[in-house]
Design a protein around this ligand. Structure first.
Ligand code: IPD
Ligand code: CA
Ligand code: CA
Length: 258
């Protein structure tokens, strides 16, 4: 955990500075897209250097750099250096650095850090979930009509638009509100913190969800495949929440399953 938090804080310092720059650039016509790509890669480089020097031999799965096999076959870091890129580009302070550790194919630790709000969500298997020093629990809400549910909508270039609308049609009328906040790692962190009562999204990548899954589970919640079986890191279709909320979400989603 020490190794992970040191690495994300270092990458986060750089990213906050870059975010300040984006706030200046974002009004220009060309926009800050190229600059953001650089910020993204810079953060990943810092994470890669920090983690490989602290734990030589561990493997990596990174959004930008892909797979780097380590000599130690039982450990792998799963990294999204900037989750919530579109928010970042639009100067919206809701994005995070997400780092998870997998041991023998099992997720054992996760860190999700929003450097703007300085909220560092962290969890280790069997040790609970925290934001900074504060212990977290998932929400206890069980009346579905009172829940606030997070999701992710597909956008240009992504598949599943029609499917998403069917799902929204199932869920939206039955809740207090649905939110699309734009960073899957933080959506899961917010489920762990009880700020969202539940979350679902399809077609995510392992680096979007790996750390957040550990957070939710260690906060006493459930995070798994929409279908109920299978490895969510492979399917990319996730639901999260407390036991009751996740059951209701699954039931509604399976009614319109593709
Ligand atoms: C995206 C965010 C978003 C989700 C997208 C992801 P990125 O990650 O997590 O919330 O809806 O599917 O690709 O591109 O900002 O790292
Ligand atoms: Ca992502
Ligand atoms: Ca990313």
């Amino acid at each position: 955990m020490q190794v992970m938090t040191t690495a994300v804080r270092k990458a986060g310092r750089r990213m906050s500075r870059d975010f300040g720059e984006v706030e200046n650039l974002q009004v220009s016509k060309k926009g800050p897209a190229d600059f953001v790509t650089m910020a993204d890669q810079r953060a990943e480089k810092i994470l890669f250097e920090e983690l490989s020097s602290a734990r030589p031999g561990y493997g990596f799965l990174m959004e930008e750099g892909g797979t780097v096999d380590g000599t130690d076959r039982s450990h792998r870091w799963i990294i999204d250096p900037l989750d919530g890129t579109l928010n970042f580009i639009h100067a919206q302070p809701h994005f995070a650095i997400s780092v998870a550790l997998e041991r023998e194919g099992e997720l054992v630790a996760g860190v999700v850090f929003n450097p703007v709000t300085d909220e560092l969500y962290h969890a280790e298997k069997g040790r609970g979930c925290y934001v900074n020093d504060r212990r977290l629990r998932v929400s206890e809400r069980t009346v579905f009509q009172e829940t606030v549910i997070g999701t992710g909508m597909p956008f240009f270039g992504k598949k599943g638009h029609a499917q998403f609308l069917k799902e929204l049609h199932q869920i939206m009328p039955m809740t207090a509100g649905v939110r699309r906040n734009g960073a899957a790692s933080l959506d899961l962190a917010w489920v762990a913190a009880g700020k969202l009562d539940g979350f679902w999204e399809r077609n995510l990548q392992p680096w979007d969800v790996a750390a957040g899954i550990v957070l939710v589970r260690e906060a006493g919640g459930f995070a798994g495949a929409i279908e109920g079986t299978g490895d969510v890191l492979e399917t990319g279709n996730i639901v999260a929440g407390n036991e009751k909320v996740i059951a209701e979400l699954r039931e509604k989603l399976m009614k319109v399953a593709p």
